[in-house]
Design a protein around this ligand. Structure first.
Ligand code: A3P
Ligand code: MG
Ligand code: MG
Length: 406
């Protein structure tokens, strides 16, 4: 605490800017534990190779042990790479709409909207992971857009044009390394449980050429302290079967083989992200494929998600999930109080002094490594950028906004 005061990267002159410092990560014993409820699956959906969202399990894959020494560079030239773009909430919102429709038809008209009103946050898993691990983040700054509509926060990632271009034009070496992760997914999955894939013209066990358009996603509900969350995210595969619950989900990860104490400490730091990413969707198991720099698989190791925190306790790269949950709870409550405050006349985004309707306001949240979070109100130009000329109200598609805006 107090670190913000001597940091000039925040513009504290803006009337509508608020700073929320991170907690100290040095004294986990001092934090008040905030419970995180076991996630329950609401529904799943798939993106097809044409990037069409469908409420099927067409993209569901089954875990299978990868062949020993598998070549993670295999198929690199045939990678169908989804272009980098700003990931909007639209797919997740279609899932939320579907959950609401189900509530309406089982419990009567209006039940869906009533259910949604009790949800504090709707967002993607990747965003929630970044928020919760922010006190430990040393490198990457990230930005979000936030709206508060009918008592629910909607959070999407904001990528600047520069950041998008950077992600699209990765240096070749980094691009190959990214591919290793996807290729591992192919080697570790099959279209049928327990049976390695046999595709003509490819080695046994190759799950098929990588197409990053295709994704299987799960939407869950959970609770952090008193905040109910609806979170969507990609699930790499399941072990054995899928029956609507999250307890067979498997997360796949690659990492450089560990050769010395430094590597081990770096890996233990990475485990925080593996842990949080998996924990948030209720994924009980993480399979890590260790590889050489050239992409040769050396070993695989299975981690039970809930046991990961114990592995790092007292080690050089130690972290404590309670710091993250307690911070997340504090951050969400602070964010809610900021965005639900009545608009001030000075906020007239069009310069006329007429404040934007609270549910149409868009907030920019910046997570700065080592400092804390800055929350500020977007002006009309910022909102135009966020709407990107599409039929939107701020970050939300109009078809959705019209259904949920009270
Ligand atoms: P690895 O995590 O094994 O390196 P996910 O693990 O979330 O299922 O993502 C699959 C792969 O997508 C990752 O494999 C990595 O190659 C790539 N990827 C995911 N998030 C990324 C990020 N923020 N930056 C770069 N690559 C990323
Ligand atoms: Mg994945
Ligand atoms: Mg993965």
């Amino acid at each position: 605490a107090g670190r913000l005061s001597n940091n000039d990267s925040f513009d504290s002159s803006a009337l509508t800017a608020h700073n929320v410092p991170y907690p100290s990560i040095n004294n986990p014993q001092a934090v008040k534990p905030v419970p995180f409820q076991q996630p329950t699956g609401l529904l799943t959906f798939s993106y097809t190779p044409q990037r069409v969202l469908e409420f099927t399990n067409s993209a569901l894959r089954y875990y299978i042990d990868p062949p020993p020494g598998a070549d993670l560079r295999y198929g690199y030239e045939r990678w169908i790479k989804r272009p980098e773009e700003r990931t909007r909430l639209d797919g997740l919102l279609r899932a939320v709409e579907r959950v609401m429709q189900k509530a309406d038809s089982s419990a009567g008209r209006g039940s869906g909207v009533k259910w949604l009103r009790d949800i504090a946050v709707v967002t993607w898993r990747g965003i929630m992971t970044k928020i919760l691990t922010a006190p430990y983040e040393e490198r990457d700054r990230c930005e979000f857009n936030v709206m508060y509509v009918d008592r629910t926060l909607y959070i999407e990632e904001h990528l600047s044009e520069a950041r998008l271009a950077e992600k699209e034009d990765l240096p070749p070496k980094q691009r190959v390394q990214t591919y290793y992760g996807y290729s591992f997914e192919s080697w570790c999955t099959s279209s049928r449980p327990g049976v390695p894939e046999r595709i003509e013209g490819h080695p046994v066990g190759w799950g098929g050429d990588v197409d990053t358009n295709v994704q299987w996603c799960s939407v869950i509900k959970t609770k952090l302290g008193d905040n109910r969350l609806v979170i969507g995210g990609e699930v790499d595969c399941v072990r054995g079967r899928f029956d609507g619950r999250t307890d067979t989900f498997v997360e796949l990860k690659t990492s450089m083989a560990i050769r010395n104490a430094g590597d081990e400490a770096r890996f233990e730091k990475k485990l925080l992200k593996f842990y949080m990413q998996s924990f948030l969707l209720g994924v009980p198991e993480v399979v890590v494929g260790f590889r050489t720099p050239a992409g040769r698989l050396t070993t695989t190791q299975t981690f039970k998600t809930i046991q990961i925190p114990r592995l790092v306790r007292g080690k050089p790269g130690a972290w404590d999930p309670q710091i993250c949950f307690s911070w997340g709870h504090h951050f969400l409550n602070t964010l809610k109080s900021i965005v639900s405050a009545p608009a001030e006349a000075s906020e007239g985004g069009d310069g006329s002094g007429t404040p934007r309707e609270p549910s149409k306001r868009v907030w920019r949240v910046v997570l700065a490594p080592g400092d804390g979070v800055r929350v500020s109100l977007l002006d009309d130009e910022g909102i135009r950028d966020v709407e990107a000329g599409e039929d939107r109200v701020g970050i939300l598609p109009r078809w959705y906004y019209d259904q949920v805006a009270g």
